[in-house]
Write a new protein. Structure first.
Length: 80
């Protein structure tokens, strides 16, 4: 299996590009450099030590909006 994935964590507000090859998760250095403007280790990104790049702001807003809508729908479901 060889697939590219973009991940987002609502708790830390991060955006990261990774490549999955088989059972190995490895950092895609080219994508990381394209998004962050330099090579940044995933440990720093995933621990929240790197701020969200401006290029990801629209994505972050879209994910936050989707999360908000999901919480509203979940609350409605719990009432029924």
């Amino acid at each position: 299996m060889n697939t590219q994935m973009l991940t987002y964590s609502r708790s830390k507000g991060l955006f990261a590009g990774i490549t999955l090859e088989g059972a190995v998760v490895q950092q895609d250095d080219d994508s990381t450099k394209a998004i962050y403007g330099k090579n940044v280790k995933f440990r720093r990104i995933l621990s929240g030590k790197v701020s969200t790049p401006q290029s990801a702001e629209a994505f972050m807003r879209a994910v936050a909006d989707a999360g908000h809508q999901a919480r509203i729908a979940e609350a409605k479901d719990e009432k029924n």
